[in-house]
Design a protein around this ligand. Structure first.
Ligand SMILES: Nc1nc2c(ncn2[C@@H]2O[C@H](COP(=O)(O)OP(=O)(O)O)[C@@H](O)[C@H]2O)c(=O)[nH]1
Ligand SMILES: [Mg+2]
Length: 417
């Protein structure tokens, strides 16, 4: 495994040569009224309690902006009578706190650590506490039940979960009571078991090309890295020659819409957006229709994420999915939950809640280059067996890697290769 040798220079080069789309290309499609497209009224469904306190009063006739890519592959489609102007912010709810819009693109010349190095550094907090704990426990003494209990404690503190910790301690103990065991051997047993748990969940995100568009809904709590991951996925799919469209479904914050537009501009991918406060489900409907009309391969939809208000979140996500199914009964074809690796245990409840609400089909774990608490992936794999498609190891477009069990397991056990 020579991950370090992986050469991404050509790909990075291509990406960074892209420029933001000219703002003058943002076009407004006036009077696309959601109701006009909705199927005939279904009284029963309408009466069904819609627990959603809508985020903001819906403007009477929400305009849909469609920003075609300036040099996009599908330039033939034009919205009717486009007025070339930037939609001004509507009179909005109280201004949101200033947010980081987007990490600046780093200069091409700046050398970057390999993703494997960044993963190892990101997991250093977990791996060094495991390695230190193991070294402290497995001294020259003969193996005892107390030592195995201490090992379990170390592993639980590193977020691997009680089930995995118990199994690993049992594996270490097997046939070795009253014998000496070297810390390195313990870490090898640990790495092997972690790899065994993670291998079945390390699965690529497969795009079924018979579904056009293949709709990917991206969910997760605020700040987990959804929008950034969408940008990175755009880079990946574009490099594979797929045509793309983005939907700015985090309609709560102007900055979130802008952030997605910037990614779209960088990647030359059209972005379907409405103004702040608009109905995200209506946007989802328009986006799938637009993607169908343009014969786009993959539609990626961003969403707002606020776990602190579960009822509202639940209602909105459910509504988005319900409305998507009106255009395409199989949509969304994938629901990606983006998890921030620095949150630790809380990720478990995020998987549980978003799994119930949105039918999550796969995970992306971001910020594994930071001070990650990556052990939680083992606990998540044990409990949910959901595929882990990608890991985020930085803020740039190419900082998304397929999840591989062996590298992750070796890194968390503190091995350098
Ligand atoms: N270091 C690091 N930062 C990331 C990663 N993914 C996202 N971020 C940063 O996390 C912050 C929140 O990301 P964003 O995509 O806006 O999250 P969202 O609210 O879920 O859409 C931004 O500053 C991103 O640049 C990652 O893999 N590594
Ligand atoms: Mg976002």
């Amino acid at each position: 495994m020579s991950a370090d040798s992986k050469d991404k220079a050509g790909f990075i080069g291509r990406l960074f040569k892209m420029r933001h789309a000219d703002e003058s290309f943002w076009e407004e499609k006036p009077e696309v009224v959601e109701e006009a497209k909705a199927p005939a009224p279904a009284p029963q469904e309408n009466i069904a309690p819609e627990p959603a306190p809508e985020p903001a009063p819906e403007p009477p006739a929400p305009a849909v902006e469609i920003a075609p890519a300036p040099i996009g592959p599908e330039t033939s489609w034009e919205p009717p009578a486009p007025a070339i102007e930037i939609v001004p912010e509507p009179v909005a709810p109280p201004p949101p706190p200033p947010e980081p819009v987007l990490a600046p693109v780093v200069a091409e010349a700046a050398p970057k650590e390999s993703w494997w190095t960044r993963l190892r550094q990101g997991l250093a907090r977990s791996s060094s506490s495991i390695a230190q704990g193991v070294a402290d426990i497995f001294t020259k003494k003969k193996l005892s039940a107390d030592m195995l209990e201490d090992l379990e404690d170390v592993l639980v503190r590193s977020d691997l979960g009680v089930a995995a910790a118990t199994r690993i301690a049992a594996l270490v103990g097997k046939g070795r009571y009253d014998k000496q065991i070297a810390p390195e051997e313990v870490r090898t047993i640990l790495a092997d078991e972690v790899e065994r748990v993670l291998a079945p969940v390390a699965r690529p995100l497969e795009i079924d090309s018979s579904k056009k568009p293949f709709v990917i809904l991206v969910v997760g709590v605020n700040g987990s890295g959804k929008t950034t991951t969408i940008g990175k996925l755009c880079a990946k799919f574009s490099a594979e020659g797929k045509t793309l469209m983005l939907a700015a479904g985090d309609t709560f914050r102007a900055a979130a819409i802008e952030q997605l537009r910037i990614w779209g501009g960088r990647m030359n991918v059209p972005v379907i957006a409405r103004e702040t406060g608009a109905d995200a489900a209506g946007l989802a409907f328009d986006a799938i229709e637009a993607a169908k009309a343009q014969n786009v391969d993959v539609l990626l939809m961003d969403t707002a994420g606020r776990l602190q208000n579960r009822t509202e979140l639940m209602a909105e996500l459910e509504k988005i999915i319900r409305v998507m199914k009106k255009v395409d009964a199989e949509a969304p074809h994938a629901v990606l939950l983006v998890l921030d690796a620095t949150v630790g245990q809380n990720a478990l409840s995020q998987v549980e809640i978003f799994g119930k609400v949105a039918g999550v089909t796969g995970l992306v774990m971001t910020k594994l280059d930071g001070t990650a608490r990556g052990g939680i992936l083992v606990a998540i794999a044990d409990k949910f067996q959901l595929p882990v498609h990608f890991i985020g190891v930085g803020e740039q477009a190419d900082d998304l890697e397929p999840f591989t069990a062996r590298e992750f397991a070796r890194a968390i056990a503190g091995f350098e290769d």
